[in-house]
Design a protein around this ligand. Structure first.
Ligand code: C2E
Ligand code: MG
Ligand code: MG
Length: 536
């Protein structure tokens, strides 16, 4: 009988992925698997094994390993895996992963490619090799694996040129390397991405190094110190002998989550991996989820720092998936990619207008309420008309609505954005530049676009200590906006000290966790009644 162990033995014999096919074919009866899709995450290769075309749509199980996604499909809907079969399928996946990894290793060993050319640190293959060498020597349960991406590194490239940026990466790599002990590993995946294996009891120290790394840059003959901030995703290893691929893929998932939700450090939790896995599906199921009412609107009030009253509110979308409240950082990028985002944004505007309409009927004094438009929305030539129609439909006063947009450097996009803002102005609808200061064209934006508000990005204020140069930068943005008669609000205010710092610079409006997180509609209503708005 051809059984599971034969299969494993067969697998190890085949040097190339394609050659595994016969082994998988024999597996068919045993595992009741309809189809296995093996997809490299770089989309370089895509192997599909089809045994049965009569498949259900959703994969029975998906599994990411080293650079590959394995999607297993059941033969038909009615077949239920036994517990034993489930376990065995998992084993198969694991072995496929390891096999796949070994063949990659072999291929690279031949070429001698274990080291990143720029930093001389181990690359992904070198990293895996070192992990292999440490196996048996260390107890992985006492370690964390990390994925690090340097925040805003594109800016360093842009401001100082590639040569200086490369030198910056080398200095950053050297700092990390100097920190690591013999039983720890630092790897460089290329670009501004690093991976690491560090002992858990040194986590805090490692975070300090990664998140605040002063490096020297030469600009116009002058030496400057620039602080590089690494965004960290990490995974607390649970097994004494973990899957090698998991070390990187789990940490990378956490880093991806951190980046898209603008966080500096994120630990991988079951909730986060669940969110990221289900987010992959939203690409195809968005319409259905929207219709089912699984997208909801949360409200985050904007405050007057001095009086503590509510001066405005922002509508932010949330996806309720399997009991998790999924933040937009997870699904917005996916909807931006497939072009569905405009439907979400108009849905949010629709909800917002409906709520304002009801509040007015209930006798609330309304504060201006904003919603976000994505850059891709502007590809719709009828966007203006759609926005205006929604506002009119609910009989909402145009001055009660603020549309938040983000800066762009692309000339064509700029012209489209200017047209949109002009049309909004002509119709009395307010506009705001969100995340102000994160693009490269910031100051000219104030001249080119006649917006009514700018929202200073939270990365300016959301620091443990604010220094003189922060004061100069934030202060001049505020001054300039004031002179142009544009309202300024600062987002991401988390501490009293940050609020006071803003008052000192003449900015009286803030949004942030210090005052309130985004909350469900009912909580917002209660807050309006409890705290009151500027109109009271
Ligand atoms: P944003 O428009 O800049 O919204 C502010 C984000 O900052 C919100 O994240 C909010 O929860 C977070 N935030 C507020 N105060 C603080 C604070 O004190 N500290 C920190 N660390 N964060 C704070 P959220 O809701 O996760 O939204 C993230 C981004 O997703 C939004 O950034 C917006 O650009 C986008 N987004 C949200 N909803 C929608 C939507 O319906 N359509 C589109 N196109 N984008 C949306
Ligand atoms: Mg916003
Ligand atoms: Mg913002």
């Amino acid at each position: 009988m051809y059984d599971f162990m034969n299969f494993i033995e067969d697998l190890v014999k085949y040097p190339k992925m394609e050659d595994i096919k016969p082994a998988i074919a024999k597996l068919e009866d045993y595992f009741h698997i309809g189809k296995i899709v093996i997809k490299s995450q770089e989309d370089l290769e895509n192997y599909t094994y089809v045994f049965d075309d009569n498949l259900i749509e959703e994969p029975y199980m998906t599994f990411s390993h080293s650079n590959y996604d394995y999607l297993f499909y059941k033969k038909n809907d009615n077949y239920n895996f036994t517990e034993r079969e489930k376990k065995e399928v998992l084993y198969v996946l694991r072995y496929l992963g390891i096999h796949n990894y070994i063949s990659m290793m072999n291929a690279n060993a031949e070429k001698g490619q274990f080291i990143s050319a720029n930093t001389k640190l181990p690359n992904i293959h070198g990293f895996m090799k070192k992990v292999n060498e440490l196996t048996g020597r260390i107890d992985f349960k006492k370690y964390n694996s990390y994925f690090i991406n340097i925040k805003g590194f594109g800016l360093v490239n842009n401001l100082f040129g590639t040569e200086q940026a490369d030198k910056a990466i080398i200095q950053y790599a050297n700092r990390l390397e100097a920190f690591a002990n013999d039983d720890e590993i630092i790897g460089h995946l290329g670009g501004d991405n690093f991976i690491a294996l560090i002992k858990r009891d040194r986590h805090k120290k490692f975070v300090d190094i990664v998140t605040m790394c002063p490096i020297k840059i030469e600009n116009d003959g002058l030496k400057k110190t620039v602080n590089l901030i690494g965004v960290l995703g990490y995974y607390e290893i649970e097994m004494q002998k973990p899957d090698y691929g998991d070390l990187i893929s789990n940490a990378s998932m956490a880093c991806q989550y951190a980046r898209s939700n603008k966080k500096i450090i994120v630990k991988l939790t079951p909730e986060i991996s669940e969110m990221l896995i289900s987010a992959k599906k939203i690409e195809n199921t968005f319409k259905e989820e929207l219709e089912k009412g699984n997208f909801v609107v949360y409200y985050q009030p904007k405050f007057d720092i001095k009086s503590g009253k509510i001066i405005g509110v922002e509508a932010l979308s949330r996806w309720i998936s399997k009991g998790n409240v999924v933040p937009p950082g997870v699904f917005v990028p996916i909807l931006e990619r497939n072009g569905e985002i405009v439907n979400l944004d108009l849905f949010v505007l629709n909800n917002l207008c409906s709520d304002i309409h009801n509040y007015r009927n209930q006798g609330f004094r309304i504060v201006p309420a904003s919603c976000n438009l994505s850059r891709r929305d502007f590809e719709d030539p009828n966007l203006e008309e759609k926005v205006i129609n929604i506002i009119k439909n609910y009989n909402v006063r145009t001055e009660d609505i603020v549309i938040e947009v983000t800066e762009t450097t692309n000339l064509e996009e700029k012209e489209r954005l200017a047209r949109f803002i002009n049309t909004m102005n002509e119709n009395g609808i307010l506009t705001s530049i969100d995340d102000f200061g994160t693009g490269y064209s910031s100051l000219s934006v104030l001249r080119d676009f006649k917006v009514s508000e700018i929202k200073i990005d939270r990365s300016f204020i959301n620091r443990e200590e604010l220094n003189d140069s922060d004061e100069i930068i934030i202060g001049s943005i505020i001054d300039m906006a004031k002179r142009l008669n544009i309202d300024v609000i600062c987002e991401g205010v988390e501490t009293k000290a940050q609020a006071e710092f803003l008052i000192g610079l003449g900015c009286n409006h803030a949004q942030g966790y210090l005052y309130s997180k985004p909350v469900p509609k009912l909580e917002f209503e209660a807050m309006m009644q409890r705290i009151g708005t500027v109109w009271d």
